[in-house]
Design a protein around this ligand. Structure first.
Ligand code: G4F
Length: 342
């Protein structure tokens, strides 16, 4: 167990084992924070499989077993940690799965957020709070591009659960004076993305094809458009929100949209291959209700937080393809990668 140091700011991250949690933990450690994370007990029992993204940080972070489904367990973590800042990232975050199990998505995501806010208010009401809202709240978009003032029209249990979390966060701010901010984050990816999300499915699938382990890549709706940024950039916006004098809500996005097809073409171009020979659009991967177009306007985050996305679309795709190829021991021929960059 690490010693607590009273002169350092203390941050608590729910979802520390995920893509965003791992980048945020690195950022906060680099800023001198004492970092605590909430993890499920099963994760502590199976660290090699479940703590992979934070493996290099394990000596420097404090982990606490708790469940978003149990208020007493969350309450106990707040009593022990007494954080100065809390980043609530944990959720059932796979939109597609929320159609298979609406009940657990709504229960975990809505109650989990409520439990965290209620414990914070009771134990450390001065703790600053960040809620991981999502562009999925915009759903069937009412305006292009989407801003902090665009009306929500969610299209899945996941999107609905995020609207509820957003409203809970705003209500704790207005009713109880908690420094509680909502980030409305558009899609953000990285080599640490889960394999079920489309970007990682594409880059890991491509690496498997190159390795000779797969012959095709089966995907769903290739026309859907997303505003894709890099997760490493987006966690900086989370931190900046909690450094402001007043809490508020912010869109975090690049302001540029691309289709799934664009992502595929960019990924295959990195290795000089023709996607038409490998990619199959399979109706089994279509969703009952699709979010067809997302594009955010990050003007408020730019002007009030001084935040900007640093990684562009090509840089993101290139990093993901290179990491997945390296992970499988696949060489990207020098000629191919040079051509791809042209
Ligand atoms: O990568 P996705 O599964 O991400 P999605 O649904 O946009 O949600 C992600 O971003 C949200 C922010 O807007 C987060 F809140 C959320 O937690 C998550 O991180 O799908 C992106 C698009 C969709 O339109 C989907 O229909 O890709 C399309 N798609 C096409 N084929 C596919 C596939 N998605 C997946 N996962 N798998 C496919 O085979």
């Amino acid at each position: 167990m690490l010693e607590r140091q009273s002169d350092r700011r203390t941050a608590l991250i729910t979802g520390i084992t995920g893509q965003d949690g791992s980048y945020l933990a690195e950022l906060l450690l680099s800023k001198g924070y004492e970092v605590h994370g909430v993890v499920r007990r099963v994760a502590l029992e199976d660290p090699s499989r479940r703590l992979g993204r934070i493996a290099s940080l394990l000596e420097r972070v404090h982990l606490h077993a708790a469940s978003l489904e149990s208020f007493p367990s969350i309450y106990q973590v707040f009593r022990t940690v007494q954080p100065d800042e809390c980043y609530h990232l944990a959720a059932q975050s796979f939109v597609s799965y929320s159609f298979d199990d609406e009940f657990s998505t709504l229960n975990t995501n809505i109650n989990g957020t409520h439990f965290v806010l209620a414990a914070l208010k009771d134990i450390v009401p001065t703790c600053r709070f960040y809620f991981a809202g999502s562009s999925e709240m915009f759903g069937r978009v009412e305006e292009i591009p989407q801003t902090e003032n665009t009306k929500f029209h969610p299209r899945s249990a996941y999107g609905i659960s995020k609207v509820a979390g957003f409203d809970l966060t705003r209500n704790y701010r207005e009713a109880y004076g908690i420094h509680a901010s909502n980030g409305i984050l558009f899609n953000h990816e990285s080599p640490r993305r889960g394999f079920e999300f489309v970007t990682r499915k594409i880059t890991s699938g491509l690496a498997r094809i190159l390795k000779g382990e797969a012959k095709e890549l089966r995907l769903g709706n290739l026309d859907a458009k997303r505003d894709w940024g890099h997760a490493r950039d987006y966690v900086e916006a989370m931190w900046l929100m909690l450094q402001q004098k007043d809490p508020d809500d912010y869109v975090v996005a690049t302001g540029i949209t691309h289709s799934v097809k664009d992502f595929i073409e960019m990924a295959f171009a990195q290795v000089g291959m023709d996607p038409d020979e490998y990619v199959v659009s399979d109706p089994d991967f279509y969703r009952p209700a699709e979010v067809q177009l997302l594009i955010g306007n990050p003007a408020k985050a730019q002007s009030k937080l001084g935040w900007r996305a640093k990684t562009d679309f090509e840089g993101l795709v290139r990093e993901m393809v290179a990491t997945d190829c390296r992970g499988l021991g696949v060489e990207i021929p020098a000629k191919r990668s040079a051509e791809a960059r042209r």
